[in-house]
Design a protein around this ligand. Structure first.
Ligand SMILES: NCCC[C@H](NC(=O)CCC(=O)O)C(=O)O
Ligand SMILES: NC(=O)OP(=O)(O)O
Length: 326
């Protein structure tokens, strides 16, 4: 694996999930694979889970890890080409990425969208440039449009909790929030679930109020419902997430109906397990009674972030080892 940016970077969806679950059973089976290799984790935004789980995954493989909080500790980064840097930006991504590539064998980077200009965010300009100039394999730690380590984790968690012969009904349900959030997590989850649905692994439904349609690039084959109660009927897994409007880019529309998942709504489902990528705003996005209840998987789901990161790092290290032997 040379990069991990979207589901398109995975050839074998079931294969990578099974391999991650094998790593969960034997975390130290490849503890020398990453010896004398360095992972750099670059953050332009806050993180708890991604930072710690990816660090732990690298440690399990014997790697050294360096973390750069670019937003707080780095020089202000310029990403545009052809501009004289006579303003507030100090260092161009051309040099910054290339220099980090000198110190690291694999790099991970997190960069959220600005939610102002749809075209700019969806061009993934910063990611494209980072990949181009750093010269080493790159893992997305969440970009403007996707969060692949989270989505792989989510598929691993669903696989772990589904023992029936019948395909599970997975519902991604929009939830209220106090501020405008990116579409990266729901885009990515939809993209991975649509691929899983195409591979006959599960059935996938998206529920959101009118005006919250995601880009059709990510939702091919998904059933879309505009009423939460209707979508929840027969659900085996509910993936709760807020996102801002894609069409009316980055905006929040007022919604009259109740979209927060509480115990009453949960009772409409097939005793569904409840998932959320975290962080979650209690009693805004998701009722405390559900988060603290027996159907919540959120803590286990966060725990599984380690195995998603570890399988991706392992595949990249395997490839680096093969290249070194040539
Ligand atoms: N990395 C996981 C989610 C990150 C981000 N959440 C947030 O920014 C929450 C902020 C808040 O609740 O104020 C999102 O939804 O894309
Ligand atoms: N779910 C997730 O990516 O969490 P962090 O933003 O804390 O890394």
């Amino acid at each position: 694996m040379k990069q991990f940016f979207s589901v398109a970077d995975v050839i074998d969806l079931s294969g990578i999930v099974d391999e991650a679950l094998r790593l969960k059973r034997e975390p130290f089976a490849y503890s020398n694979l990453g010896k004398r290799k360095t992972l750099g984790l670059v953050f332009l935004n806050p993180s708890l889970r991604t930072r710690l789980s990816t660090h732990k995954a690298a440690a399990n493989l014997g790697m050294d890890v360096m973390v750069m909080n670019m937003d707080k500790d780095g020089w202000a980064l310029e990403t545009r080409d052809g501009v004289a840097m006579d303003g507030t930006t100090v260092e161009h991504i051309r040099e910054a990425a290339a220099v980090m590539g000198q110190y690291c064998d694999i790099l991970g980077i997190r960069s959220f969208p600005k939610l102002v200009d749809q075209e700019e965010d969806y061009s993934e300009d910063l990611f494209g440039k980072f990949i181009r100039f750093c010269g080493v394999p790159v893992i997305s730690l969440e970009s403007a449009t996707r969060h692949p380590l989270q989505s792989l984790t989510d598929l691993i968690t669903i696989r772990e909790h589904w023992k029936d012969d019948r395909k599970p009904k997975v519902v991604m349900a929009w939830a209220p929030h106090v501020k405008a959030l990116p579409q990266a997590v729901p885009n990515s989850f939809a993209e991975w679930m649509c691929r899983a649905q195409a591979e006959n692994i599960l059935d996938f439904t998206i529920a959101h109020p009118a005006g919250y349609e995601l880009s059709s690039v990510f939702t091919q084959g998904a059933t879309v419902k505009y009423a939460l109660d209707d979508a929840l009927e027969g659900a085996d897994f509910i993936y709760v997430k807020n996102w801002s409007s894609f069409k009316d880019y980055g905006k929040i529309h007022s919604v009259r109906e109740q979209w927060m998942l509480d115990q009453g709504k949960l009772e409409l489902t097939n005793q569904a397990k409840v998932m959320h990528c975290l962080p979650v705003r209690r009693d805004v996005e998701l009722a405390s009674e559900v988060l603290d209840g027996p159907q919540s998987l959120v803590i286990e789901e966060a725990g599984n972030r380690v195995w998603a990161a570890q399988v991706v790092l392992k595949r990249m290290l395997d490839e680096l080892t093969t290249l070194n032997q040539l």
